[in-house]
Structures are given as structure tokens and as C-alpha cells.
Design a binder for this molecule. Structure first.
Ligand SMILES: [Ca+2]
Ligand SMILES: [Ca+2]
Length: 96
């Protein structure tokens, strides 16, 4: 069951934006983002990044810890980011 309450807070335009970004990241169109794909995508757009940071972002999105980020995991993560209090995103919550 996929209907999360966070998702319903997003505006349709935001959902479209976020979905587009997902498709950009998902280079081989299999519906999952890997750290590798995200690194390559950022590399293509000349966004400077550290591998360790990407790994961290992927890990924080990867709710079921299978090493890839599904569309659903990604959407939930982005929904939290988008609807959360702080709009600046680069500080993933520290978890023990
Ligand atoms: Ca993929
Ligand atoms: Ca996953």
C-alpha cells in the first residue's frame, strides 16, 4: 500500500517536478535510482559532488535498505523535504 499522508500534501505541480527529476536520475529507466546513477546524473549536469555525500543521500532515501531507491521511496523523501519546515535540504537528519 503506497498512499502516504506526506504525499497528499504535495501540489500536483510539485509531483510533476519531482517525478521529472526522478526520471532524470533513473538513467536506465528501471524505476530505481542507485548511487551510481545519481553520481552520473550530477556529473552530467556539472554539479560538483562527493561520492560519500551521494551515498549518504541514497542511504537516507532508501527506506527498506536494499541499496536502491524506488520511486515510492524517493517520493516520500522528497515530499518530506518539500513539505518540511526547513527548505534547505543538505542536512540529512542524524540517526542512530
Ligand atoms: Ca535505474
Ligand atoms: Ca529501497
Amino acid at each position: 500500500m503506497s498512499s502516504g499522508s506526506v504525499l497528499s500534501k504535495l501540489k500536483p505541480a510539485q509531483v510533476i517536478e519531482i517525478t521529472k527529476a526522478f526520471m532524470e536520475f533513473d538513467d536506465n529507466d528501471n524505476g530505481f535510482i542507485t548511487a551510481q546513477e545519481m553520481k552520473e546524473c550530477l556529473g552530467r549536469s556539472n554539479v560538483s559532488h562527493k561520492d560519500a555525500e551521494i551515498n549518504e543521500v541514497i542511504a537516507s532515501m532508501d527506506a527498506n535498505k536494499d541499496g536502491t531507491v524506488s520511486y515510492e521511496e524517493y517520493m516520500k523523501f522528497m515530499a518530506r523535504m518539500t513539505t518540511g519546515q526547513s527548505s534547505k535540504s543538505s542536512q540529512p537528519p542524524k540517526k542512530k
